[in-house]
Design a protein around this ligand. Structure first.
Ligand code: ATP
Ligand code: MG
Length: 302
């Protein structure tokens, strides 16, 4: 497939899963099992497309880095075992680690709790020219914290600020924060890897039954599974309230790993290719200086 065709395909796949702004999103209309079969996709085709896509992505990333103007923030949120780690590993495998950083956000430390909730992620935002990946993010503040409001008690927020519209305020503040970043050159894409409850169960059982996967199993994950419906409500409300034109959410079906990886790659390629990235051009003075440097090198005795 030539690059133009690949870019067109990536654009089409990305727009299938993009959530528009305006709050009309409904999670039950998405299918975690979707894997593009009607469009002729299968595992072999998807793997081939992914490896071609990774080459295109590497080329775009190299321009992003050289141009040094934009930064890209990719946010990944999901229920456990939806495949965040695998997506990050596979999709980013071809790109230059020099211009890419991954940060995982777990329960906040004491130092982090001594600050506002955006502080810890603000410190890890990607520099210009770089791609930053957040494996979980400040969105946990409207997910796990909404499902378990008792967490708020440890956040040291003054009691009179804990009103009933706390989560509404968080949606507003997060959108404004992202808008501020957009206006400074950070392009944000947010992914919800949507796995079904049945597939999560299957993956947990695999982790229990395969010795090499035992380390991935956590008893806490099974406990969280009991809150499945509450998490779904929290995810739906989060996406309704924080998917914007500039920083959209993508709901990526996650029951079929090869499809999840391809769809995420498609969004990243579509995003990078929309930025008109170019290597910096050399002006006449610099070209003359380069020619002089070349001449000096050539004049050295070999
Ligand atoms: P994996 O299970 O694949 O290793 P993970 O992202 O699930 O990756 P864990 O260490 O299992 O990593 O889980 C991190 C936990 O930290 C999650 O349960 C998440 O909800 C929690 N967490 C993240 N941010 C916050 C936050 N701001 N407040 C409270 N809990 C949080
Ligand atoms: Mg986990």
């Amino acid at each position: 497939m030539d690059t133009n065709e690949l870019l067109k395909g990536a654009g089409a796949l990305a727009s299938r899963h993009r959530v528009g702004a305006g709050g009309a999103f409904q999670l039950h209309r998405c299918d975690p099992k979707e894997c593009g079969q009607s469009a002729g996709l299968n595992k072999i085709v998807a793997q081939e497309l992914l490896s071609q896509g990774i080459e295109v992505m590497a080329d775009l990333q190299s321009k992003l880095y050289a141009q040094d103007h934009w930064s890209i923030l990719l946010v990944f949120q999901a229920m456990d075992a939806a495949g965040k780690d695998g997506v990050i590993k596979h999709v980013m495998s071809g790109i230059n680690p020099q211009g890419c950083e991954v940060h995982s956000f777990k329960a906040p430390s004491n130092e982090e709790l001594d600050h506002d909730y955006l502080w810890r992620s603000a410190r890890r935002l990607p520099a210009r020219g770089s791609i930053g990946i957040f494996n979980r993010s400040y969105y946990e503040e409207v997910l796990v914290v909404r499902v378990h409001p008792e967490i708020l008690a440890h956040q040291k927020i003054p009691a009179q600020l804990l009103g009933k519209d706390l989560f509404e305020q968080r949606y507003t503040d997060i959108c404004k924060h992202e808008r501020y970043l957009n206006r400074n050159g950070t392009v944000i894409r947010k992914f919800f890897l949507y796995v079904s409850k049945a597939e999560q169960r299957k993956r947990f059982l695999e982790r229990l039954d395969t010795p090499e996967k035992n380390w991935k199993f956590s008893l806490a994950d099974v406990a969280e599974r009991q809150y499945w419906d509450q998490y779904h409500e929290a995810y739906e409300a989060m996406i309704q309230n924080t998917s914007t034109e500039e920083s959209p959410w993508y709901v990526i079906p996650a029951d079929t790993k090869w499809y999840t990886r391809l769809a995420v790659a498609a969004v990243i390629i579509d995003t990078l290719s929309g930025l008109d990235l170019r290597y910096p051009t050399v002006n006449p003075e610099r070209r003359a200086a380069l020619a002089q440097a070349r001449a000096a090198l050539m004049a050295e005795p070999s």
